[in-house]
Design a binder for this molecule. Sequence first.
Ligand SMILES: [Fe+2]
Length: 288
Amino acid sequence: MSPWEANPAVLAEDRLLASFFGPWPLIGVLGSAVSKTRPVAGRCLRRGSMNKMSRSAARRRLSRRSMLSGLGVAAASVATAGVARAACSVTAYQIDGPFFPYTTGEQDWDMTHIAGGADRAAGEVIEVVGKIQDANCRPVGDCVLEIWQANVHGRYDHPKDGNPAPLDPNFQGYARIVTDKDGSYRFRTIRPAPYAAIGDWYRPAHIHFKVHPPLNPGVTTQMYFTGDPLLESDLLLKPLSEEERAGLIVAFDAETADGIKQGTFNLQVPEGWMPPPELMDIIRQQQG
Ligand SMILES: [Fe+2]
């Protein structure tokens, strides 16, 4: 049985009515809120301090093109390979969904194991690596990265998830890591299963990402897997351009030294505010 058939008759309407995505026309708009931006270098030094200028820049990015695309005017087929991306165009926005974790548990880079647990999480272990960059392909270091996902059964460890599929006591489900100075990151997890959303809509397997760069606007998005047949019909991917979709779909065609399948997912954050060097020094000192 393929992974996307793992949860056949999982409740459609119950799970959704819960709080999925609100008014339908908004889905496309939210799913395509992205545009290219002027390159401005930035570094991520502290979480949660997006400035006013950044917020207003983020609002402006909901461009006319994105709105039209979101309303279905420019819907196109999902391409999973062979699409050339412009250098470091900003990663496409994807909504949080209803299952952003409340967790206070373990949050380290290895989501396949919980301290003190006897076993590893069920499912195929994978490793995701990548870099956070700005719109000019320059590294953005010291960013906080939040990652959350369903388990191998398509179930989130979240009180709003009505999926009757089992929880996995050995699966962490959420990680909060800090990128290196050059913006690089790495974590291990398991390949999640697809799950039922609304009606006959099944979400393809995906991992949620939220990047927190205080001196740039952040990026919230989802990473998908090359070859998943559900990519074609996914309502969150349809409004995106081919280039935007290509930036979210990852091939796990590399392998680590210990035999784990590895994929590379680079994320590009929008332009931000670059303080003068003397202010950067003060900020760094405050960071310790
Ligand atoms: Fe999700």
